[in-house]
Design a binder for this molecule. Structure first.
Ligand SMILES: Nc1ncnc2c1ncn2[C@@H]1O[C@H](COP(=O)(O)OP(=O)(O)OP(=O)(O)O)[C@@H](O)[C@H]1O
Ligand SMILES: [Mg+2]
Length: 225
């Protein structure tokens, strides 16, 4: 099933003096179960593309369909429901709330959307290898562990699609590999569709497909073998 369809997608920023075209006509679609790496140099538009697909940023031209519905046609409440239940985000900086424990950080996310129970929270922490740390505070955890908690927070509402922007950008090599293996497991075992922005060509091997961006366009779209 096609979960994302993008055609002739354009996005520009405007200030008083000029228009700046960031996405310059992008076409691709994503089937459920794909793990797509989006790579390209700094400023090529990777984050902008991810934010547009996730409904965090408006687009200025073309079409983006998520679950077969044009994003522009989502009402605010449908969009908010979609963002809390159907898709999840993981960022470079983990954005955990510092004065809440691991458990409470995830509980907050659950309360704000589906109201999942304690068992579900513990099960999700187990999936990311953090079950024994539920009462820790973020400052007591390494960067890799904090990113696992951020991934658990994204998983708690059982999203169909995970959008990740440079999720290992702040981690050392070893922790980065462990997080990439976790994403691969989420894709292969839990059948999550993943769109992941990365600077680093080496990490694209964890995905099933790679989109290469340059200057606001997709210049190469390849299946990984
Ligand atoms: N809010 C904004 N207003 C104006 N220009 C913006 C805005 N956000 C992004 N841009 C511009 O759009 C271009 C693409 O930015 P984007 O953040 O998508 O790049 P990126 O590929 O994610 O880069 P990086 O690898 O450095 O994160 C950049 O030139 C940036 O300056
Ligand atoms: Mg970026």
């Amino acid at each position: 099933m096609e979960q994302i369809q993008v055609s002739n997608l354009k996005k520009s920023y405007q200030n008083q003096k000029m228009t700046y075209d960031v996405l310059k006509g992008i076409d691709f679609s994503v089937q459920d179960g794909e793990f797509v790496s989006i790579c390209g140099p700094s400023g090529s538009g990777k984050t902008t593309l991810l934010y547009v697909l996730g409904g965090l940023e408006p687009y200025t031209g073309g079409s983006v369909k998520l679950f077969n519905q044009e994003l522009k046609d989502y009402t605010e409440s449908a969009k908010s429901k979609m963002r809390s239940q159907d898709i999840g985000f993981v960022f470079q900086f983990y954005n955990l709330i510092p004065n809440l424990t691991v458990y409470e950080n995830i509980l907050l996310s659950a309360i704000l959307s589906t109201g999942k129970t304690k068992d579900k929270i513990m099960e999700t922490l187990e999936t990311v290898g953090m079950k024994d740390y539920s009462s820790y505070y973020p400052y007591q955890l390494s960067g890799g562990m904090q990113q696992r908690v951020a991934i658990a927070r994204c998983l708690i509402n059982d999203p169909k699609i995970i959008f990740a922007d440079e999720p290992i950008g702040s981690l050392d090599h070893k922790n980065g590999i462990a997080i990439m293996e976790l994403f691969r497991n989420l894709n292969q075992t839990y059948h999550k569709t993943i769109l992941m922005v990365t600077h680093n060509e080496d990490t694209t091997v964890y995905g099933t497909r790679t989109l290469h961006m340059l200057d606001g366009k997709v210049i190469k779209d390849e299946q990984n073998t």
